[in-house]
Design a protein. Structure first.
Length: 397
Protein backbone atom coordinates (compact mmCIF):
# COMPACT_ATOMS: atom_id res chain seq x y z
CA UNK A 1 0.00 0.00 0.00
CA UNK A 2 1.45 3.38 -1.02
CA UNK A 3 0.09 6.77 0.03
CA UNK A 4 1.25 10.33 -0.72
CA UNK A 5 4.13 11.34 1.54
CA UNK A 6 5.08 14.62 3.17
CA UNK A 7 8.44 15.52 1.63
CA UNK A 8 9.05 18.00 4.45
CA UNK A 9 8.80 15.26 7.10
CA UNK A 10 11.40 15.36 9.86
CA UNK A 11 14.73 13.82 8.83
CA UNK A 12 15.81 13.14 12.43
CA UNK A 13 14.35 11.33 15.41
CA UNK A 14 15.55 10.16 18.82
CA UNK A 15 15.29 6.44 19.59
CA UNK A 16 16.67 5.04 22.85
CA UNK A 17 18.33 8.41 23.70
CA UNK A 18 20.24 8.36 20.39
CA UNK A 19 19.39 10.82 17.60
CA UNK A 20 19.17 9.23 14.16
CA UNK A 21 19.47 11.46 11.10
CA UNK A 22 18.91 10.52 7.50
CA UNK A 23 19.22 12.01 4.04
CA UNK A 24 17.65 8.91 2.50
CA UNK A 25 13.98 7.98 2.50
CA UNK A 26 12.14 4.87 1.28
CA UNK A 27 10.54 4.97 -2.13
CA UNK A 28 8.87 1.56 -1.92
CA UNK A 29 8.64 -1.61 0.15
CA UNK A 30 7.86 -5.12 -1.04
CA UNK A 31 7.27 -8.37 0.84
CA UNK A 32 8.85 -11.74 0.11
CA UNK A 33 8.47 -15.08 1.89
CA UNK A 34 10.72 -14.18 4.83
CA UNK A 35 11.85 -10.62 4.21
CA UNK A 36 10.88 -7.07 3.39
CA UNK A 37 12.83 -5.27 0.66
CA UNK A 38 13.20 -1.50 0.88
CA UNK A 39 14.14 0.68 -2.10
CA UNK A 40 15.61 4.03 -1.05
CA UNK A 41 15.40 7.30 -2.96
CA UNK A 42 19.05 7.04 -4.03
CA UNK A 43 18.41 3.68 -5.74
CA UNK A 44 19.96 1.49 -3.01
CA UNK A 45 18.05 -1.45 -1.59
CA UNK A 46 17.98 -3.09 1.84
CA UNK A 47 16.63 -6.42 3.00
CA UNK A 48 15.26 -7.10 6.48
CA UNK A 49 13.91 -10.39 7.86
CA UNK A 50 10.42 -10.30 9.34
CA UNK A 51 11.56 -11.85 12.62
CA UNK A 52 14.36 -9.25 12.92
CA UNK A 53 11.97 -6.39 12.29
CA UNK A 54 9.43 -7.70 14.81
CA UNK A 55 12.23 -8.14 17.35
CA UNK A 56 13.18 -4.48 16.89
CA UNK A 57 9.81 -2.80 17.08
CA UNK A 58 10.27 0.43 19.08
CA UNK A 59 6.68 1.04 20.12
CA UNK A 60 5.76 1.64 23.77
CA UNK A 61 4.40 -1.91 24.12
CA UNK A 62 7.75 -3.36 23.04
CA UNK A 63 10.25 -0.88 24.56
CA UNK A 64 9.88 0.93 27.88
CA UNK A 65 9.49 4.68 27.38
CA UNK A 66 11.13 5.17 30.80
CA UNK A 67 14.24 2.98 30.63
CA UNK A 68 14.41 2.37 26.84
CA UNK A 69 14.86 -1.32 27.67
CA UNK A 70 13.09 -3.99 25.66
CA UNK A 71 9.83 -5.32 27.07
CA UNK A 72 9.04 -7.62 24.16
CA UNK A 73 10.48 -11.15 24.21
CA UNK A 74 11.08 -12.83 20.88
CA UNK A 75 9.79 -16.21 22.09
CA UNK A 76 6.30 -14.67 22.27
CA UNK A 77 5.90 -14.68 18.49
CA UNK A 78 6.40 -17.53 15.99
CA UNK A 79 9.61 -17.62 13.95
CA UNK A 80 7.37 -17.76 10.89
CA UNK A 81 5.81 -14.35 11.62
CA UNK A 82 5.04 -12.35 8.44
CA UNK A 83 3.72 -8.98 7.38
CA UNK A 84 0.13 -8.85 6.22
CA UNK A 85 0.71 -5.27 5.04
CA UNK A 86 3.71 -2.98 4.63
CA UNK A 87 3.57 0.64 3.53
CA UNK A 88 5.24 4.06 3.76
CA UNK A 89 3.25 6.57 5.83
CA UNK A 90 2.96 10.32 5.36
CA UNK A 91 6.01 10.91 7.57
CA UNK A 92 8.03 8.64 5.25
CA UNK A 93 8.35 5.91 7.85
CA UNK A 94 7.88 2.22 7.10
CA UNK A 95 4.78 0.67 8.66
CA UNK A 96 4.15 -3.06 9.08
CA UNK A 97 1.01 -4.86 10.16
CA UNK A 98 1.86 -8.35 11.44
CA UNK A 99 -0.06 -11.58 10.95
CA UNK A 100 0.26 -12.33 14.67
CA UNK A 101 -1.50 -10.52 17.53
CA UNK A 102 -2.66 -7.69 15.19
CA UNK A 103 0.45 -5.72 16.07
CA UNK A 104 1.60 -2.71 14.02
CA UNK A 105 5.22 -1.52 13.96
CA UNK A 106 6.77 1.74 12.72
CA UNK A 107 10.40 2.13 11.58
CA UNK A 108 12.29 5.38 11.10
CA UNK A 109 14.49 5.34 7.97
CA UNK A 110 17.62 6.61 9.76
CA UNK A 111 17.35 3.88 12.38
CA UNK A 112 16.97 1.18 9.73
CA UNK A 113 19.98 2.48 7.81
CA UNK A 114 22.08 2.63 10.99
CA UNK A 115 21.28 -1.01 11.76
CA UNK A 116 21.19 -2.52 8.29
CA UNK A 117 22.98 -5.87 8.48
CA UNK A 118 24.00 -6.39 4.86
CA UNK A 119 27.65 -7.37 4.36
CA UNK A 120 28.55 -3.92 3.03
CA UNK A 121 26.72 -2.06 5.79
CA UNK A 122 28.30 -4.14 8.56
CA UNK A 123 31.74 -3.69 7.00
CA UNK A 124 31.24 0.07 6.79
CA UNK A 125 30.36 0.26 10.50
CA UNK A 126 33.33 -1.77 11.71
CA UNK A 127 35.82 0.32 13.67
CA UNK A 128 39.29 0.34 12.11
CA UNK A 129 42.12 1.46 14.41
CA UNK A 130 44.92 3.60 13.01
CA UNK A 131 47.97 1.43 13.61
CA UNK A 132 51.41 3.00 13.73
CA UNK A 133 55.13 2.41 13.76
CA UNK A 134 57.88 4.73 15.01
CA UNK A 135 57.93 7.13 12.05
CA UNK A 136 54.12 7.32 11.91
CA UNK A 137 53.52 8.25 15.52
CA UNK A 138 56.39 10.72 15.73
CA UNK A 139 54.55 12.92 13.23
CA UNK A 140 50.95 11.98 14.08
CA UNK A 141 50.92 11.68 17.89
CA UNK A 142 47.64 13.25 19.10
CA UNK A 143 48.57 16.12 21.45
CA UNK A 144 46.17 18.17 23.55
CA UNK A 145 46.28 20.86 26.21
CA UNK A 146 45.12 20.09 29.75
CA UNK A 147 42.76 23.07 30.13
CA UNK A 148 41.08 22.32 26.80
CA UNK A 149 40.43 18.69 27.75
CA UNK A 150 39.09 19.70 31.17
CA UNK A 151 36.86 22.59 30.14
CA UNK A 152 35.86 22.10 26.50
CA UNK A 153 33.56 19.22 25.55
CA UNK A 154 34.32 19.56 21.84
CA UNK A 155 38.02 19.14 22.57
CA UNK A 156 37.21 16.28 24.92
CA UNK A 157 35.34 14.46 22.16
CA UNK A 158 38.17 15.04 19.68
CA UNK A 159 40.71 13.72 22.20
CA UNK A 160 38.66 10.61 22.95
CA UNK A 161 38.20 9.80 19.28
CA UNK A 162 41.94 10.17 18.65
CA UNK A 163 42.64 8.00 21.67
CA UNK A 164 40.27 5.33 20.34
CA UNK A 165 41.82 5.48 16.85
CA UNK A 166 45.54 5.67 17.66
CA UNK A 167 45.51 4.05 21.10
CA UNK A 168 47.77 6.80 22.45
CA UNK A 169 47.81 10.54 23.16
CA UNK A 170 49.80 13.16 25.04
CA UNK A 171 48.28 15.91 27.20
CA UNK A 172 50.53 18.88 27.92
CA UNK A 173 50.65 21.65 30.54
CA UNK A 174 48.99 19.50 33.18
CA UNK A 175 48.96 20.81 36.74
CA UNK A 176 51.65 18.89 38.67
CA UNK A 177 49.61 18.77 41.88
CA UNK A 178 49.23 15.14 43.05
CA UNK A 179 45.91 13.50 42.11
CA UNK A 180 45.43 15.77 39.06
CA UNK A 181 45.49 12.63 36.90
CA UNK A 182 42.13 11.72 38.44
CA UNK A 183 40.57 14.95 37.11
CA UNK A 184 41.52 13.98 33.57
CA UNK A 185 40.43 10.35 33.93
CA UNK A 186 37.10 11.38 35.42
CA UNK A 187 36.36 13.51 32.36
CA UNK A 188 35.69 10.08 30.86
CA UNK A 189 34.20 8.15 33.77
CA UNK A 190 35.00 6.53 37.08
CA UNK A 191 38.46 5.11 37.77
CA UNK A 192 39.01 1.36 37.93
CA UNK A 193 40.45 0.23 41.25
CA UNK A 194 42.97 -2.62 41.37
CA UNK A 195 45.22 -4.20 43.99
CA UNK A 196 47.60 -1.28 43.28
CA UNK A 197 44.93 1.18 44.42
CA UNK A 198 42.67 3.73 42.77
CA UNK A 199 45.68 5.88 41.91
CA UNK A 200 49.19 4.47 41.93
CA UNK A 201 52.50 6.26 42.40
CA UNK A 202 55.28 5.12 40.08
CA UNK A 203 58.49 5.82 41.95
CA UNK A 204 61.28 3.81 43.48
CA UNK A 205 60.50 2.58 46.98
CA UNK A 206 61.77 -0.08 49.38
CA UNK A 207 60.01 -3.46 49.52
CA UNK A 208 58.59 -2.92 46.03
CA UNK A 209 55.92 -5.42 44.93
CA UNK A 210 56.41 -4.56 41.25
CA UNK A 211 59.42 -3.79 39.07
CA UNK A 212 57.65 -0.51 38.22
CA UNK A 213 58.48 0.69 41.74
CA UNK A 214 62.22 0.26 41.27
CA UNK A 215 64.85 2.03 39.16
CA UNK A 216 65.22 -1.05 36.95
CA UNK A 217 64.52 -1.24 33.24
CA UNK A 218 61.05 -2.51 32.45
CA UNK A 219 60.54 -4.65 29.32
CA UNK A 220 57.63 -3.96 27.01
CA UNK A 221 54.35 -5.21 28.45
CA UNK A 222 50.65 -4.64 29.01
CA UNK A 223 49.55 -4.03 32.60
CA UNK A 224 47.76 -6.72 34.58
CA UNK A 225 47.60 -9.52 31.99
CA UNK A 226 47.01 -11.66 35.09
CA UNK A 227 43.40 -10.39 35.14
CA UNK A 228 40.51 -11.79 33.13
CA UNK A 229 39.84 -8.20 32.02
CA UNK A 230 43.02 -6.21 31.52
CA UNK A 231 42.63 -2.49 32.29
CA UNK A 232 41.65 -0.51 29.21
CA UNK A 233 43.10 3.00 29.29
CA UNK A 234 46.22 3.71 31.30
CA UNK A 235 47.08 7.24 32.46
CA UNK A 236 50.65 8.19 33.46
CA UNK A 237 51.10 11.75 34.71
CA UNK A 238 54.62 13.06 35.26
CA UNK A 239 54.85 15.14 38.46
CA UNK A 240 58.63 15.41 38.47
CA UNK A 241 61.44 13.91 36.39
CA UNK A 242 64.92 15.12 37.22
CA UNK A 243 66.46 11.65 37.09
CA UNK A 244 68.85 10.44 34.42
CA UNK A 245 67.33 7.94 32.00
CA UNK A 246 63.85 6.51 32.46
CA UNK A 247 62.66 7.18 28.91
CA UNK A 248 59.28 5.67 28.07
CA UNK A 249 59.08 3.27 25.12
CA UNK A 250 55.73 2.45 23.52
CA UNK A 251 54.84 0.00 20.75
CA UNK A 252 51.56 -0.50 18.91
CA UNK A 253 50.87 -4.17 19.58
CA UNK A 254 48.22 -4.21 16.83
CA UNK A 255 50.90 -3.19 14.32
CA UNK A 256 53.14 -6.04 15.50
CA UNK A 257 50.25 -8.50 15.30
CA UNK A 258 49.36 -7.36 11.76
CA UNK A 259 53.01 -7.75 10.72
CA UNK A 260 53.11 -11.31 12.05
CA UNK A 261 49.78 -12.21 10.42
CA UNK A 262 51.09 -11.02 7.06
CA UNK A 263 54.60 -12.48 7.21
CA UNK A 264 54.45 -15.44 9.63
CA UNK A 265 50.95 -17.01 9.51
CA UNK A 266 51.97 -20.10 11.50
CA UNK A 267 53.31 -17.93 14.32
CA UNK A 268 50.15 -15.80 14.17
CA UNK A 269 48.00 -18.91 14.50
CA UNK A 270 49.90 -20.02 17.60
CA UNK A 271 49.73 -16.56 19.20
CA UNK A 272 45.97 -16.32 18.68
CA UNK A 273 45.02 -19.88 19.64
CA UNK A 274 47.42 -21.09 22.33
CA UNK A 275 47.33 -19.39 25.75
CA UNK A 276 50.20 -18.21 27.90
CA UNK A 277 49.89 -18.37 31.67
CA UNK A 278 50.25 -15.14 33.66
CA UNK A 279 50.82 -14.98 37.42
CA UNK A 280 50.88 -12.01 39.80
CA UNK A 281 51.69 -13.22 43.31
CA UNK A 282 51.92 -11.00 46.38
CA UNK A 283 51.63 -11.57 50.12
CA UNK A 284 47.93 -10.65 50.07
CA UNK A 285 46.84 -11.51 46.53
CA UNK A 286 47.37 -14.15 43.87
CA UNK A 287 46.03 -13.34 40.40
CA UNK A 288 46.34 -15.80 37.51
CA UNK A 289 44.94 -15.95 34.02
CA UNK A 290 45.54 -17.96 30.84
CA UNK A 291 45.10 -16.12 27.56
CA UNK A 292 46.62 -15.76 24.09
CA UNK A 293 49.06 -12.98 23.26
CA UNK A 294 46.75 -11.84 20.43
CA UNK A 295 42.97 -11.89 20.88
CA UNK A 296 40.59 -11.60 17.93
CA UNK A 297 36.85 -11.27 17.52
CA UNK A 298 34.42 -13.36 15.45
CA UNK A 299 35.41 -11.44 12.31
CA UNK A 300 39.12 -12.12 12.86
CA UNK A 301 39.88 -8.49 13.75
CA UNK A 302 42.63 -8.00 16.34
CA UNK A 303 41.07 -6.75 19.58
CA UNK A 304 43.64 -7.20 22.37
CA UNK A 305 47.29 -7.83 23.18
CA UNK A 306 48.15 -9.62 26.44
CA UNK A 307 51.84 -9.70 27.33
CA UNK A 308 54.21 -9.26 30.26
CA UNK A 309 57.17 -11.61 30.18
CA UNK A 310 58.04 -10.94 33.83
CA UNK A 311 54.57 -12.14 34.89
CA UNK A 312 54.50 -15.40 32.95
CA UNK A 313 53.91 -18.74 34.57
CA UNK A 314 54.78 -22.15 33.09
CA UNK A 315 53.02 -23.04 29.85
CA UNK A 316 50.03 -25.34 30.32
CA UNK A 317 49.18 -26.39 26.76
CA UNK A 318 49.22 -29.61 24.74
CA UNK A 319 52.72 -30.99 24.05
CA UNK A 320 52.35 -30.64 20.28
CA UNK A 321 51.62 -26.92 20.70
CA UNK A 322 54.63 -26.00 22.85
CA UNK A 323 57.28 -25.41 20.18
CA UNK A 324 54.94 -23.44 17.91
CA UNK A 325 53.92 -21.14 20.75
CA UNK A 326 57.51 -20.56 21.88
CA UNK A 327 58.51 -19.76 18.30
CA UNK A 328 55.66 -17.28 17.90
CA UNK A 329 56.30 -15.71 21.29
CA UNK A 330 60.00 -15.22 20.59
CA UNK A 331 59.13 -13.58 17.28
CA UNK A 332 56.66 -11.22 18.94
CA UNK A 333 59.23 -10.07 21.52
CA UNK A 334 61.93 -9.65 18.87
CA UNK A 335 59.64 -7.41 16.83
CA UNK A 336 58.77 -5.24 19.83
CA UNK A 337 62.52 -4.65 20.27
CA UNK A 338 62.84 -3.48 16.66
CA UNK A 339 63.35 0.30 16.57
CA UNK A 340 61.01 0.51 13.54
CA UNK A 341 58.08 -0.07 15.87
CA UNK A 342 59.24 1.80 19.00
CA UNK A 343 58.11 5.27 20.03
CA UNK A 344 60.58 6.78 22.51
CA UNK A 345 59.52 9.68 24.72
CA UNK A 346 60.99 11.12 27.89
CA UNK A 347 58.14 12.38 30.03
CA UNK A 348 58.61 15.86 31.49
CA UNK A 349 56.83 17.36 34.48
CA UNK A 350 53.36 18.47 33.40
CA UNK A 351 52.95 15.83 30.68
CA UNK A 352 50.34 13.09 30.84
CA UNK A 353 50.47 10.18 28.45
CA UNK A 354 47.33 8.09 27.97
CA UNK A 355 47.27 4.83 26.03
CA UNK A 356 45.18 1.75 25.36
CA UNK A 357 46.66 -0.87 27.67
CA UNK A 358 45.05 -3.70 25.70
CA UNK A 359 46.82 -2.57 22.57
CA UNK A 360 49.92 -0.48 23.30
CA UNK A 361 52.85 -2.13 25.05
CA UNK A 362 54.89 0.15 27.25
CA UNK A 363 58.29 -0.01 28.94
CA UNK A 364 60.84 2.19 30.62
CA UNK A 365 64.58 2.46 30.53
CA UNK A 366 66.45 2.16 33.83
CA UNK A 367 67.02 5.47 35.60
CA UNK A 368 69.44 7.01 38.09
CA UNK A 369 68.20 9.20 40.94
CA UNK A 370 71.52 10.92 41.62
CA UNK A 371 70.41 13.98 39.63
CA UNK A 372 66.96 14.19 41.23
CA UNK A 373 63.58 12.55 41.75
CA UNK A 374 61.27 10.78 39.30
CA UNK A 375 57.59 10.52 40.21
CA UNK A 376 54.70 9.52 37.97
CA UNK A 377 51.12 9.00 39.08
CA UNK A 378 48.75 6.73 37.22
CA UNK A 379 45.32 5.15 37.06
CA UNK A 380 43.09 3.06 34.80
CA UNK A 381 39.73 3.59 33.09
CA UNK A 382 38.02 0.71 31.28
CA UNK A 383 37.57 0.89 27.51
CA UNK A 384 33.79 0.57 27.81
CA UNK A 385 33.78 3.95 29.56
CA UNK A 386 35.69 5.55 26.67
CA UNK A 387 33.24 4.35 24.01
CA UNK A 388 30.22 5.20 26.17
CA UNK A 389 31.50 8.73 26.74
CA UNK A 390 32.08 9.22 23.02
CA UNK A 391 28.50 8.18 22.23
CA UNK A 392 26.98 10.45 24.89
CA UNK A 393 29.06 13.43 23.76
CA UNK A 394 28.11 12.79 20.12
CA UNK A 395 24.44 12.98 21.08
CA UNK A 396 24.86 16.45 22.55
CA UNK A 397 27.42 18.10 20.27
Amino acid sequence: MQIPVDTTANSSTVIGFTPYKTALFPLSVSCDANTINVTWDNGDTSLFHYIWLRDNCQCAKCVSTLTREQLFEICDVPLSIKATKAWINAQRRIMIEWDFDQHISEYFPGWLQAHCYSDSARLKRQFKPQTWNSSDIETRLPQYQYNDVIWNDNTLLSWLKDLRSFGISLIENVDTTPDTVAKVAERISFIRQTNFGRLFDVKAKPNANSAAYTTLRLPLHTDLPTRELQPGLQFLHCLVNDATGGESILVDGFKIAEHIRQHQPQAYLALTQYPLSFYNKDADSDYRFDGPVIATNSRGAITEIRMANFLRGPLAIAPEQVMDLYAGYQLFIELTRDSRFQFLHRLSAGELIVFDNRRVLHSRNAFDLKQGARHLQGCYVDTDELTSRIRVLERAL
